[in-house]
Design a protein around this ligand. Sequence first.
Ligand SMILES: Nc1ncnc2c1ncn2[C@@H]1O[C@H](COP(=O)(O)OP(=O)(O)O)[C@@H](O)[C@H]1O
Ligand SMILES: Nc1ncnc2c1ncn2[C@@H]1O[C@H](COP(=O)(O)OP(=O)(O)O)[C@@H](O)[C@H]1O
Ligand SMILES: [Zn+2]
Lengths: 255, 255
Amino acid sequence: GREKFIPFAQPDSLTRVIGIASGKGGVGKSSITVNLAVSAAKAGFKVGILDADVYGHSIPRLMGVLDQRPTAIDQTFIPVENFGVKVVSMEMFKPERSDPVAYRGPLLHRVLEQLLSDAYWGDLDLLLIDLPPGTGDIAISLGQLIPASEILVVTTPQIAAAEVAERAGRVAHQIKQHILGVVENMSDAPCPKCGETINLFGSGGGAETAKRLSDLVGANVPLIAKVPFTVALRTGGDNGEPIVLVDEKINQIFK
Amino acid sequence: GREKFIPFAQPDSLTRVIGIASGKGGVGKSSITVNLAVSAAKAGFKVGILDADVYGHSIPRLMGVLDQRPTAIDQTFIPVENFGVKVVSMEMFKPERSDPVAYRGPLLHRVLEQLLSDAYWGDLDLLLIDLPPGTGDIAISLGQLIPASEILVVTTPQIAAAEVAERAGRVAHQIKQHILGVVENMSDAPCPKCGETINLFGSGGGAETAKRLSDLVGANVPLIAKVPFTVALRTGGDNGEPIVLVDEKINQIFK
Ligand SMILES: Nc1ncnc2c1ncn2[C@@H]1O[C@H](COP(=O)(O)OP(=O)(O)O)[C@@H](O)[C@H]1O
Ligand SMILES: Nc1ncnc2c1ncn2[C@@H]1O[C@H](COP(=O)(O)OP(=O)(O)O)[C@@H](O)[C@H]1O
Ligand SMILES: [Zn+2]
C-alpha cells in the first residue's frame, strides 16, 4: 500500500523519539517509561507514550487508562490522556482486552506504522515508545520508520542481565540508531522494618551494560540513572498512579 | 520442504512434553524450568530442556553450559548435558553468543521443528520447553507440532500480573492444548537481618491466575506451587548451579 506519513520521521520534526528497550522482560521497562513520561509532563513538556509492547502491553494499567479507547474521527484517532501524557497502546485496538495478541512479524510493522501516522498526537516535545523486550521485529521496524529515533536500555543490577541487555543495544547499533544510555532498575532495597539494605538482584549490572555498549559503539554510552527497588513504585503501577506524582525523591531521579 | 519426523508427536510417544509459559518476562520462567528439570533428574527421570526463548535464551547460563555446543553427527546433533539433564538452546546455533537474534515469525516455526526432530534426545520421560514470554509465534507452533503438549503458566504474586499471565493460558486453550496449572514465583521474602517477611511483589496473583484459567477452560486449573523469593536461587542461576541441588527445602517444592 501507499507509504503512510509519519510526522516524527520528517527532517524538520522537533519531537525527540526514544524507544525504551530491554533484553529481557520484567526488568521494569514499562514502569520506567511511564514514570519518565509523567515526570517530563510535570516539568512542562508535551509528552506521548506509544505502547508497542504487543505481548505485554501494560502501559494502560500503569497509566490509569485501562478501559479507555482513543476517539476515532475519520482516518485519525485522538490518543487518551492522563497526568498530562497522551497514550496510545496496541491493546486499545483489540476487540476484547483479554484477547491474546498473536501477531506475526510483518503485521507488527504495519500496526506500528499506523499508530505513528494515524494518531493525532499534536506537537510533542517527547515521544516514548515502549518496545517489546528482546530484539525482535518491532525494534527493527522503529529504526526503519524513524531513523532519528534513539534507544534507552533498561536492565537490572545483576551482572548476568548485562549480557541480554547488551543484545538490545546491539540491534540498535546494527541499524545505526543512537543509544542514549542505560538505566539500572531495582537496585538495593531497604527492609521496611530494620532498614538493612537488601541487595535482591545483585549489583553492577547497569555499569557493566553501559561499558559493553560503549565498547561496541566506540563512544560513551552512560549509565544515566539507578532506580532503587521501591514497593510503592510497584503498588503505584498496579493502581495506575505513577510514583513520581507523589514521591519527589524518586521524581528527581527521573528528571 | 518435507515434514520432519518429531518423535514426541507420535501417538505412541512416552515422553511428557510441557511448555513453560508466562504472560510477561522476568517472572522467573527460565529459573523454574531449570529447577524443575534438575529436580526431576535428581529423582531419577530422563529429562531434556529445549530453550525456545529466542529473545531471552538464558537456559545455557542457568544450566552451567554457557559455551558448550551440541556435537553434530551427519544430520543429527547430540544435546549438551549437565546435572543429568540434556539441553538444546536456540543460542547454541548462533555464530556469536552476543549476536542478537532477530528472527521473524515463519523462521521461528522451522527452527523449533528442527530442534525437535534433529536433536538426538534418546528416550526421555520429560521434555520441558522454555517458551518466549507472551503469546507469540512459538507458543502457537508448539501446539501445532506436538498437539499433546501441555502448558504450565508461571506468574508473580501481584494481582496485576494475573491478567497478562491469563493471556498465555488463553492461547493454549484456543489451540486445544491442556493447561497443567500455575506456578506463583517470587512470593514473600524474609529479611536476611531481622527475618521480617517482606512482600516485594504483593500477593494472590497465582490463585487469581488459576481461577481465571479455570473459568476459561471450564475445568480445574490448579495453583501447583508457590516458590518464595530466594536470593540463593538468583545467585545459583547467575553461577549456573540450580538451587535444587543444594537446598532440599526448595527441592521439595519443585517435586
Ligand atoms: N524500581 C522498582 N521497584 C519495585 N518494583 C518495581 C520497580 N520497577 C518495576 N517494578 C515492578 O516489577 C514488575 C515488572 O515491571 P514492568 O515495568 O512491567 O517490567 P517490564 O516492562 O520490563 O516487563 C512490575 O510489577 C513493577 O511494578
Ligand atoms: N524465586 C526467586 N527468587 C529470587 N530470584 C528469582 C526467583 N526466580 C527468579 N529469580 C531471578 O529473577 C530474574 C528473572 O528470572 P528468569 O528465570 O530469567 O525469568 P524469565 O525466564 O521469566 O524471564 C533472574 O535474575 C532470576 O535469578
Ligand atoms: Zn529487616
